[in-house]
Each structure stands twice: as structure tokens, then as C-alpha cells.
Design a protein around this ligand. Structure first.
Ligand code: KIV
Length: 269
């Protein structure tokens, strides 16, 4: 008899925060990695628009389209059994008005089987968040460094170091909670500000460069696994050097082919 799997829901995440249990979130963009991460026990898989960088090779997250995000999310959903899947709404699919935002979110939910969406911004997107939540779609917010606005910021430096920006972030976090978000990503902000915001909310915060007091953490899989090795921000802990290991394995394979030692007698029909 198959054991029933206890699926992670937005309610599970609220309980984890209330019980002081940290939430582990990682990005994934395809079936095979999603399957490994889900089986490893991760709580949330984020189909991030960082796919624009790590899958498509763009410099920013701006170019990725809704169709491309849907393709990645469909692939991820086929690989999971237990964790919650959050899918990023890409740049340009929710900023113009609430109807367009809802239509984009509905496409993600209907066409991918994902469980929720994430979008970037505070006060400016609150009406869209309310509209999406009122249609029954769980929404995760994203404050601090919001990479879709890179051309406005000009750099990927730490955000909200000045009191004025920190104050706006505090206000935005409360607005997102009131609008019905089930969680908020806090990217690259001072740890003490992330602590204060996390303690002021009843919904969980997920940090990336937000320090240890966030209710959970998220990393981009390519950074955590050392597939991209040139990106080394202070907040990143790299658990593997897959670039080195993959290069070694592929060089070994090339040598075996050239040496005519692959395939051997047992590896043929
Ligand atoms: O797209 C992404 O990977 C993200 C994380 C950096 C939180 O939004």
C-alpha cells in the first residue's frame, strides 16, 4: 500500500512560521531537478523568472515571457509530489492593470498546475494582488531588491539601507499582508530590517540575502549547486561545485571516446 504524502500548502507554511520551523525554498525550472528537490524534502519550489538568466542566458529577468514561464512551470509540476510550487509572473504581465494581472495569474494556474504565483513590488501592485487573491489564487509578494526593476535601480546592491526606503518596505510588507499574500520574499536587505519585518507579520518571510531571522530561505539552484560559479554574493552558500564535477565527467567521457575505451564489450549489443 502506498503511503499517503502530506502535501505542503500555504496553511502548512503559516503553521511552520507559528511553530518556529524554518521554510526551505529552492528554484527549479525543469522536471528532473524538480523531482530530485521534491524527493529531497524541500518545502517550496519556486519556478523563478531567474530562468531568464540561468536557463536562457539573458543578463536580466526582463525578457522572459509568460509562455516561457508556463513551459518551465509545466515541466516542474510533472516532477513534484509533495512540495508547494510558486510560479513567478514575469515582467510586463501584471503591472499595467488588475485585469491583465488576473488574466496572467489565471493562465499560470490553468495551464501549469502550479499552486500559487509570485510577483514583485509593494503599494504599486496591491490592487492586482487583491484581485488575484479574490479569484482564489494564492499570491507570494517580493520586496527589497526586485530584479524586474533593475533598470530603475541601476545596480544589484543591497536595498533599503536608508531610512526612507526601509520605511516604505515596512509599509509595503503590511500592505501585502493585508492584501492577502501568504508569504513575502525579502531580497538583499539589511538583516535587522528583515528581522523587524518578519516579526511584525503573521505570514512567513523568505529571505535571499535577508539574513537568518527570516522565516525561510530561498536560493537559485544554479548558485546553490555551483553550476554558475562566477556569481558570488555574500549571501550565497554554495553546497557543490557542479561546474567542476560536470566538466571533469564530460572530459573523462571525451577521453574514453577518443581512446576507444567507450563503449566496451559489455556496453554493446
Ligand atoms: O526568480 C527568482 O529566482 C527569484 C528568487 C531570487 C527569489 O525571484
Amino acid at each position: 500500500m502506498q503511503k499517503e504524502v502530506k502535501k505542503i500548502t500555504t496553511h502548512t507554511l503559516q503553521k511552520m512560521k507559528a511553530n518556529g520551523e524554518k521554510i526551505a525554498m529552492i528554484t527549479a525550472y525543469d522536471f528532473s531537478f524538480a523531482k530530485i528537490f521534491d524527493a529531497a524534502g524541500v518545502d517550496i519550489i519556486l519556478v523563478g523568472d531567474s530562468a531568464s538568466n540561468v536557463m536562457a542566458g539573458h543578463e536580466t529577468t526582463v525578457p522572459i515571457t509568460l509562455e516561457q514561464m508556463i513551459y518551465h512551470a509545466q515541466s516542474v509540476v510533472r516532477g513534484i509530489n509533495r512540495c508547494l510550487v510558486v510560479v513567478d509572473l514575469p515582467f510586463g504581465t501584471y503591472q499595467s492593470n488588475t485585469e491583465i494581472a488576473l488574466a496572467s495569474a489565471v493562465r499560470i494556474m490553468k495551464e501549469t498546475g502550479g499552486h500559487s504565483i509570485k510577483l514583485e513590488g509593494g503599494e504599486e501592485v496591491v490592487d492586482s494582488i487583491k484581485k488575484i487573491v479574490s479569484a482564489g489564487i494564492p499570491v507570494m509578494g517580493h520586496l527589497g531588491l526586485t530584479p524586474q526593476s533593475i533598470y530603475k535601480f541601476g545596480t544589484y546592491n543591497v536595498r533599503a539601507k536608508e531610512e526612507e526606503e526601509a520605511d516604505k518596505l515596512r509599509r509595503d510588507a503590511l500592505l501585502l499582508q493585508e492584501a492577502g499574500c501568504f508569504g513575502i520574499v525579502l531580497e538583499k536587505i539589511p538583516a535587522m530590517l528583515a528581522k523587524e519585518v518578519s516579526e511584525s507579520l503573521h505570514i512567513p518571510t523568505i529571505g535571499i540575502g535577508g539574513g537568518r531571522h527570516c522565516d525561510g530561505q530561498v536560493l537559485v539552484m544554479h548558485d546553490l549547486l555551483g553550476i554558475t560559479t562566477e556569481f558570488k554574493p555574500r549571501f550565497l552558500r554554495q553546497y557543490l561545485n557542479l561546474q567542476e564535477q560536470i566538466t571533469g565527467a564530460v572530459q573523462h567521457y571525451i577521453k574514453d571516446v577518443k581512446d576507444k575505451t567507450f563503449p566496451n564489450e559489455q556496453e554493446q549489443y
